[in-house]
Design a protein around this ligand. Structure first.
Ligand code: SIN
Length: 557
């Protein structure tokens, strides 16, 4: 199979070659790059901004693994399966929880410094859905930043890893057998490599992170525009579980019209004993779930949304005043500074919070080795759907998933290389040219897509709300087609390519969410409030039709 659609873009003006090209520089991407080097393969890391700009850096709470006394992978498995609401892939979860503890130890050996107690043992906290203290953290609430620092330092010292920063990936290139053979990308710079180019490689790994920017308010950075999922769809890969968007219960509420990346107030703040309270100061999670504020994330986000509706409020509060100044300063220094920068002092006042888009539990479908349905194309981290998260990711499982499955991809590539199954590839230029160019929406479409998605496919969805969103998205696509027909197309540039990616993933997400007529995990339907195992204990697989429209098909039961 070859790439059927491509972004409208100029022909590549420069070329480069490597063995494994990795797109993305979070925990998953950098771990792949470092590990394929051990097999003697060269790696190239392509990243959209600078190396430490992706979602990993923003992860606060930590990384979950059965490292504590009395904890076991089996208990971690149980909590993950419960959070995943019936559609986790149990074998993938077992892989995660059993390989996780050693993967964390290897991360420590690479240089990541986790917080430790006076006895030298790693300090562990709790987060939603975990029945044990299982979350390792660094710098108090700066875990992702520390992991990123350690991996970036290791990558920078390896001359066998080439780095291309400020580069937006465009499309996959394949050879005549339909095997991944590289990719096209646009480098935003004026250096040696500038503008659209092509990288040839023996294999391609997507580690592009999430798609939170498809909504108006999100904890994701501006670079999280679903580029990897959009590329995979255009390349003919299967994508799954897109409807399961996790809304974090407690991003900082910064006003009624907040947009873009919102500051996160980590679940670890609740893990250490902070309470959710409503406008009257009442703890509304007590009695709703045995774990109260530490119920799985979907349950807490729904309870907050319901209470906001009941009280006609646009936010609730997180009260951690009882921690005292010293604990705030030592345990949550980043959050304390962020709140104070917004004029809120958590030492003396409850923190205003409201749910916002946080994590894509679905993504590009992979097998346990990280292989997608396109030969030679791999995916790991948030862009992938390994089956670990099911309908709702358990808190702090994402850094672990990125780490474990990145190691597995590197091991698969190393094995194929050793067996002589990873030859150099020749790009099928004719096939690349034959792919249909996708008309680009104007850059202003980004805000309209976000508005449509937040209104129609946010925390609470219905057939009517999603029909409105789908109609609005279809209109944007139609206008882009009309502008091409009228010979007034939008210029191909980063903003319009991102808008095209957002439009495609938003359309695919709404199509899947409209089809899933039940409430499960973080997919909450006002018109189908119950979980329906008889019909829906299965995945929705999304692919691109010949028309360029995403189509979702329920997996066989
Ligand atoms: C948090 O610290 O609350 C976020 C952790 C996660 O999303 O896993």
């Amino acid at each position: 199979m070859s790439v059927t659609h491509r972004l409208t873009a100029p022909a590549p003006g420069w070329t480069a070659a490597t063995d494994v090209v990795v797109v993305g520089s979070g925990v998953a991407g950098l771990t792949v790059a470092l590990n394929v080097r051990k097999a003697g393969l060269r790696a190239m890391v392509v990243t959209k901004a600078v190396l430490d700009e992706g979602s990993t850096r923003w992860a606060q709470g930590g990384i979950a693994a059965a490292l504590g006394e009395g904890d076991t992978p089996e208990q971690h498995l149980d909590d993950t399966l419960v959070a995943g609401a019936g559609i986790c892939d149990e074998e993938a979860v077992r892989t995660l929880v059993t390989e996780g503890p050693d993967a964390v130890r290897r991360l420590i050996a690479t240089g990541a410094l986790f917080d430790r107690g006076e006895d030298g043992e790693i300090l562990l906290t709790r987060e939603g859905g975990h029945h044990r203290r299982r979350i390792a953290h660094a710098g108090g609430d700066a875990t992702g930043a520390e992991i990123s620092r350690a991996l970036v330092a290791a990558v920078r010292t390896d001359p066998g890893i080439e780095l291309i920063e400020h580069a937006l990936v465009l499309d996959l290139l394949t050879d005549t057998e339909g095997h991944a053979a590289g990719l096209t990308l646009h480098v935003m710079g004026e250096g040696q490599r500038d503008g659209v180019g092509a990288v040839r490689a023996r294999a391609v790994v997507l580690a592009t992170g999430g798609m939170g920017q498809v909504f108006s308010a999100t904890t994701n950075p501006a670079v999280s525009t679903g580029d990897g999922v959009a590329l995979a769809l255009r390349a003919g890969a299967a994508v799954t579980d897109l409807e399961f968007v996790q809304f974090h219960p407690t991003p900082l509420w910064v006003g009624p019209d907040a947009e873009g990346q919102l500051p996160l107030i980590s679940e670890a703040v609740r893990g250490e004993g902070a309470h959710l309270v409503d406008a009257d100061g009442v703890r509304f999670m007590v009695g709703q779930h045995e774990l109260a504020e530490l119920a799985p994330r979907d349950i807490v986000a729904k309870a907050i949304t319901r209470r906001m509706q009941e009280q006609g409020a646009d936010h609730m509060f997180l009260d951690g005043r009882h921690f005292g100044a010293e604990m705030w300063e030592h345990r949550f220094p980043t959050i304390l500074a962020t709140c104070r920068a917004h004029g809120i002092d958590p030492v003396t006042a409850p923190i205003p919070i409201a749910p916002a888009a946080h994590y894509a539990s679905g993504g590009v479908r992979t097998d346990p080795r990280g292989r997608t349905s396109v030969p030679g194309l791999y995916a790991c981290g948030e862009v992938a759907c390994t089956g670990v998260h099911g309908a709702n990711r358990l808190a702090s499982n994402s850094l672990l998933e990125g780490l474990v499955f990145a190691e597995r991809i590197a091991a698969d590539l190393a094995g194929r290389h050793a067996a002589g199954e990873l030859p150099e590839r020749t790009v099928d230029v004719a096939a690349a040219r034959a792919a249909r160019p996708v008309p680009l929406p104007p850059s202003e479409a980004r805000a309209e897509i976000q508005r449509l998605m937040s209104r129609g496919a946010g925390v609470l969805r219905s057939a009517a709300s999603m029909a409105d969103a789908a109609a609005g998205l279809a209109l944007i696509a139609e206008q882009a087609h009309s502008h091409v027909a009228e010979e007034k197309p939008a210029d191909p540039r980063v903003e319009t390519w991102e808008a095209a990616n957002l439009l495609l993933v938003a359309t695919a997400l709404v199509a899947a969410a409209a089809q899933r007529e039940e409430t499960r995990g973080c997919h909450w339907r006002e018109d189908f409030p119950e979980r329906d195992d008889a019909h829906w204990r299965r995945h929705l697989i999304t692919t691109l039709a010949a028309s360029g429209d995403p189509v979702s098909t329920p997996e066989e039961q």
